[in-house]
Design a binder for this molecule. Structure first.
Ligand code: ZN
Length: 174
């Protein structure tokens, strides 16, 4: 090593396991993609389509107004359908992150706690708070990795938001 070659790096505190958990989550996400027959960085649409064909269920991502203080994402399970709700009026990145969190629950095979509801009730409404804590933790980590691994298309990103904003600033009507 040369005398000027001082190398340094960030170190995690003793006993910290987050880094290990994140790479474990990365392996899980990659395995999920493989199991679904997807390429390494699928789009959100490709992921949803693959989930639908594997599960035989329909999956809908629905934008809607969320009450202040309500969970940012919501999930409804129907007999043959899954509906993920994400908040209106936040950034595309935040919306995608919420979608990824809820999708993580589905992709990890998390089950709902309220299975005792009478069979004629086909609509089950859940927010984040209704999951067991470990499932929430997993969905949070795996959802974040999912967010990073997905190829989020430009029309879902900041560039698409920027263009109309610029048009308005110029005071023109397209
Ligand atoms: Zn959750």
């Amino acid at each position: 090593m040369s005398e000027s070659g001082v190398t340094t790096s960030w170190q995690i505190p003793e006993g910290e396991t987050r880094e290990v958990r994140t790479s474990a989550a990365q392996r899980r996400v990659r395995r999920i993609f493989e199991d679904l027959g997807l390429p390494p960085h699928p789009t959100m649409e490709e992921l949803c389509k693959a989930y639908e064909s594997k599960s035989g269920r329909s999956l809908y991502l629905i934008e809607r107004e969320m009450q202040p203080g309500a969970p940012s994402g919501e999930y409804e399970r129907y007999l043959t359908e899954d509906r993920i709700y994400y908040p209106k009026g936040t950034s595309p990145a935040h919306q995608a992150l919420v979608q990824c969190h809820e999708l993580a629950h589905l992709l990890l095979g998390h089950t709902l706690k309220h299975d005792a509801i009478s069979p004629d009730v086909v609509r089950r409404v859940l927010g984040r708070a209704h999951y067991d804590e470990p499932a929430e933790f997993d969905a949070e980590i795996v959802g974040s990795v999912l967010f990073l691994e997905l190829n989020l298309e430009p029309n879902e990103g900041a560039a698409a938001e920027l263009a109309p904003a610029l048009t308005h600033r110029e005071g023109q009507h397209a």
